[in-house]
Ligand binder design. Structure first.
Ligand SMILES: [Zn+2]
Length: 288
């Protein structure tokens, strides 16, 4: 199939699932059997340390990178964009295809005739942000931690292929599974009550430190364990997704950035410069 500027070209359905804040080793520890069916798990690196710039980068077509040595950036980008031919099942897609907008959803919708949908969990990605460009539908979910609600609302048309961006919040602080009472969520002293601002406030160690109430080692372990548990839960939700996707659906599962659980005195992500804040899982493939 050739990538031409018309609305009749068909291709694979494509789903990008972003486990917000899920660091690589939490994913490994959770041993998600269903997600592993997609392909080989890779350790990759996000281009940014927090949600908004990282999603902008993802939507420009650059997924977390493999940080290869002795390779020019231009060559890496070129090779990385060629992967979209495989993901979409459409020949001839490269960096030039995205010029001049450099925005993947707009390219899918306007040049390839895809139906494009975003379902996001984090308020910093809400539909009023500039990220909402090139999408037919773009929703901030009612709850920040319910991927199952997304799966329930996914529909695939037969006339056109679909693209979905799913920003999944179960793996984001406070790593709460749907149904867990809010009173049981772990809290950073001083930030309770501004949860709606999530990534504005609940990022990085600075805020917690300025309040003089930094988590101790036991609490860090508990928080890390909660993120691992969230991935185990999401593996079951992904199984439900696998059950409903049509043939010819390609799926990428990754994270927008990692998370710090006490290393070098940091918690969270955002205003942190540390290897673990960039370390993310990356796995993708076609189911059948
Ligand atoms: Zn994030």
């Amino acid at each position: 199939m050739k990538a031409k500027a018309n609305n009749k070209v068909s291709g694979n359905n494509y789903i990008q699932i972003i486990f917000d804040s899920c660091r690589y080793d939490s994913f490994v520890e959770a041993r998600p059997k269903t997600i592993r069916k997609l392909g080989k798990l890779e350790q990759r690196w996000s281009y940014a340390s927090w949600t908004a710039p990282s999603h902008y980068n993802l939507l420009s077509g650059l997924l977390p990178h493999s940080s290869p040595a002795r390779v020019f950036a231009s060559e890496y980008y070129k090779q990385d964009f060629l992967k979209f031919s495989e993901r979409l099942g459409i020949e001839g897609i490269g960096f030039k295809s995205l010029i001049p907008k450099l925005y993947f959803p707009a390219f899918l919708k306007e040049s390839l005739g895809y139906r494009t949908h975003a379902m996001v969990s984090l308020p910093v990605l809400n539909p009023r942000t500039v990220l909402n460009h090139g999408f037919d539908t773009y929703r901030l979910m009612d709850d920040h931690n319910d991927m199952r609600a997304m799966v329930r609302d996914m529909h695939f048309g037969e006339d056109k292929p679909s693209y979905f961006l799913l920003n999944v919040g179960e793996t984001h602080y406070p790593y709460a599974l749907p149904g867990e009472p809010k009173e049981d969520w772990p809290r950073i002293s001083g930030v309770h009550g501004v949860f709606k601002h999530l990534d504005d406030h609940v990022v990085g160690g600075k805020l917690a430190k300025s309040n003089g109430n930094f988590f101790n080692r036991g609490q860090m372990k508990m928080l890390n364990d909660r993120q691992v548990k969230a991935v185990k839960h999401l593996d079951r939700v992904v199984e439900e997704l696998f059950d409903i996707v049509p043939k010819n659906t390609y799926i990428t599962v990754t994270a927008d950035h990692g998370e710090l659980f006490g290393e070098s005195g940091f918690f969270g992500h955002g205003p942190i410069f540390h290897k673990k804040v960039f370390e993310v899982p990356f796995i993708e493939g076609k189911l059948r």
